[in-house]
Write a protein that binds this ligand. Structure first.
Ligand SMILES: [Zn+2]
Length: 247
């Protein structure tokens, strides 16, 4: 059986040369693995489509050992990401985080659209890496059922002087902090940062990237989003560690 889908290569798994196993984020099936025969050699027609960050129309054959790439028509390869180490390492983190989150057929298309838009803005330098990182982390988690409750204080419902508890995904105000253990990780959320987080979680796709923050607020947003994603996933991401070493 052959099926057509669009997909972006999040990573490659080595196989016996010159074959590679591709980890694809697809519109129709979410995350899938597909064997790409011969792409490590010189003559393969699908080598370009097998590169990490390449986005292509794929024809996949479903065999006994899983999917095999039958053909691939490259649409976009985000080549310029490779010319800037900071952008390359951040894009690699987006791919690693997405692999960890495991998008499925229900949210695969939305996650792919988010990743394509984020990579494009990163490549073009249209938004700062710090802002794109926070947007990608929070939006990806929201699309995957891990949206934080940012409606107001979980104790009294009011909306000022709020703290984010990234392990719990909730807010408490200064008056209600006593309801949580004193050693629980928390981050102060200034108004503009909270507004930005709500926007990232709830805005329509076409408005998602349409906001600006001061450098201080952007730094606070980056810290809050990263703490949230690390606490919620319990993950350690090698690509994130590397991204931080080159800041
Ligand atoms: Zn309260």
């Amino acid at each position: 059986m052959t099926l057509k889908t669009r997909g972006l290569v999040l990573g490659q798994i080595p196989m016996r040369d010159p074959d590679r196993k591709l980890i694809l984020l697809t519109t129709d099936m979410g995350l899938v693995e597909a064997i790409a025969r011969g792409v490590g050699g010189r003559k393969s027609k699908i080598s370009a489509a097998a590169e990490v960050f390449a986005y292509s129309d794929f024809c996949l054959f479903e065999g006994k050992i899983g999917y095999i790439v039958d053909s691939a028509d490259l649409e976009q390869n985000f080549y310029n990401l490779r010319l800037d180490l900071q952008k390359l390492s951040l894009a690699s983190y987006f791919c690693e985080l997405t692999r960890f989150i495991l998008p499925d057929k229900d949210n695969g298309q939305a996650c792919l659209k988010l990743l394509l838009n984020t990579l494009w803005l990163l490549e073009q330098g249209k938004r700062s890496p710090a802002l794109l990182k926070a947007i990608y982390e929070l939006r990806l988690l929201s699309l995957s059922g891990f949206e934080p409750d940012l409606s107001g204080c979980s104790g009294c419902g009011q909306g000022e002087n709020l703290w984010l508890y990234p392990i719990d995904g909730v807010l408490y105000c200064s008056n209600c902090l006593g309801r949580m253990p004193p050693d629980r990780l928390r981050l102060s959320l200034p108004g503009p940062v909270l507004q930005a987080m709500r926007h990232i979680c709830q805005a329509s796709d076409d408005k998602l990237f349409s906001f600006r923050l001061t450098p201080d607020s952007e730094a606070a947003l980056e810290s809050a989003a990263e703490a949230y994603v690390l606490c919620q996933t319990g993950g350690r991401f090698k690509t994130l560690d590397f991204y931080k070493t080159i800041q």
